[in-house]
Design a protein around this ligand. Structure first.
Ligand SMILES: *Cc1c(COP(=O)(O)O)cnc(C)c1O
Length: 397
């Protein structure tokens, strides 16, 4: 099997799995208990919190554990909206956010909030002029993702943070695709809130965190006990937190090397695909993108059928679109960068890890070439296109 869907989830690092086991077996004590048997549970929570805080240049008391990226996004948006409603009811986000943000925004719209969805350029980079123009007296929050999960584009986060700060507006970023993959500094980038998720960087699923800058008036997300400074009640997911902590440590240890390797293999893949398969394009910015992300569109192809053929060759990939979740609408991200529906439908996302090799890429491209031409040869649209091209060429001669 060749696993090229690391944007969907990652293979847990052995370090992460190892780190979880003692908290599933021996150290099952409730971290809120007084007796010393619970000290181990308390310690691993403290240790993970300290490490994640350090890695972001934040303070330990600014890290809150959650059940993953979606919860962190929901919390950041809903609780800020509620806490700052008297100041204003306007929120700015982008057209290419993850559904955890977009659907939360739709929910808030029903609650009487106004949301502005800022557009992006043809490479998926946020339109800064449009962002500036969207700012109003009653804007309480700007939420822009750090890096896009479909096309990998990395946003000008520092500029956005500076702009938000200048206007006294809170700035949240969904950094689920970026945290532990590329360096982030919440101080330098003026980030007030940041979402992260364990399973996107080699940790377990169902555990994540939200960084909330000290002093921000955000509401509790889960009411109950005093866990997470009374802002997110519920007995902590101790094994999950232990696994996420170990995964974060490992990710930061290998980050530099991983980035270098992934960029090299990714660029090799991109060059081969663009050079050897006709009528295809790369989606997203060629350079300002996540090291492991490649996203292509092939004309005269249905993304779904490509995925099924790739699966038969043992390749796990994604169309990076809503198609995979049972909806036939093309990806909102690809439409936002201006692709027409039929081209957006023929998209393929390949997301690498540091384990992905050049040999694997050769196998993938060789198979992809065959699959693309096989599917195209069955397409009446492609047949018409080829005929028309032939006529044109004859005329040109
Ligand atoms: C995966 C992902 C999420 C959701 O994270 P979960 O931990 O799966 O809930 C949110 N935002 C982005 C950008 C993601 O890639």
């Amino acid at each position: 099997m060749i696993y090229l869907d690391n944007a969907a989830t990652t293979k847990p690092y052995p370090e992460a799995v190892e780190a979880m086991l003692p908290y599933l077996n021996e150290y099952y004590g409730n971290p809120s208990s007084i007796y010393s048997f619970s000290d181990k549970s308390k310690e691993v929570i403290r240790d993970t919190r300290d490490f994640i805080a350090d890695s972001l240049h934040a303070k330990s008391e600014e890290i809150y554990f959650t059940a993953g990226g979606s919860e962190s996004d929901n919390w950041a948006l809903k609780a800020t909206a509620e806490a700052y409603a008297l100041k204003g009811k306007h929120i700015i986000t982008s057209k290419i956010e993850h559904h955890a943000i977009l659907h939360t925004c739709q929910y808030l719209e029903k609650q009487g909030y106004e949301i502005t969805y800022v557009g992006v350029d043809e490479n998926g980079i946020l339109n800064m002029e449009e962002l500036k123009a969207a700012i109003r007296e009653d804007t309480i929050l700007i939420s822009i993702m750090f890096a896009n999960n479909e096309i990998g584009t990395i946003q000008p986060i520092k500029e956005i943070g500076a702009l938000a700060r200048e206007h006294g507006i809170l700035f949240h970023t969904d950094a689920v695709q970026a945290y532990a993959q590329i360096p982030i500094d919440v101080e330098e980038m003026n980030i007030d809130m940041l979402s992260g998720s364990g399973h996107k960087f080699g940790g377990p699923k169902g555990v994540g965190f939200l960084y909330i800058r000290k002093g921000i008036k955000i509401r509790s997300f889960v009411h109950g006990g005093a866990q997470e400074r009374s802002r997110r009640a519920g007995t902590e997911n101790v094994p999950g937190i232990a696994g996420m902590g170990a995964a974060a440590k490992h990710s930061f240890r290998i980050m530099e090397e991983k980035i270098k390797k992934e960029i090299e293999i990714r660029d090799y893949l991109i060059d081969r695909v663009l050079g050897e398969i006709p009528y295809c394009r790369l989606n997203g910015d060629r350079n300002r993108r996540l090291p492991g992300n490649a996203n292509f569109s092939f004309r005269f192809i249905e993304g779904e059928s490509m995925l099924i053929h790739l699966d038969q060759k043992g390749i796990c990939a994604s169309s990076g679109s809503a198609c995979t979740s049972g909806s036939l609408d093309p990806s909102h991200v690809l439409l936002a960068i201006g692709l027409p529906h039929e081209i957006a439908h023929g998209s393929l996302r390949l997301t690498l890890s540091e384990e992905t090799s050049k040999e694997e890429m050769d196998y993938v491209v060789d198979n992809l070439k065959e699959i693309v031409s096989y599917i195209r040869n069955m397409s009446p649209l492609y047949e018409d296109f080829v005929k028309a091209q032939g006529k044109k060429e004859n005329r040109d001669v």
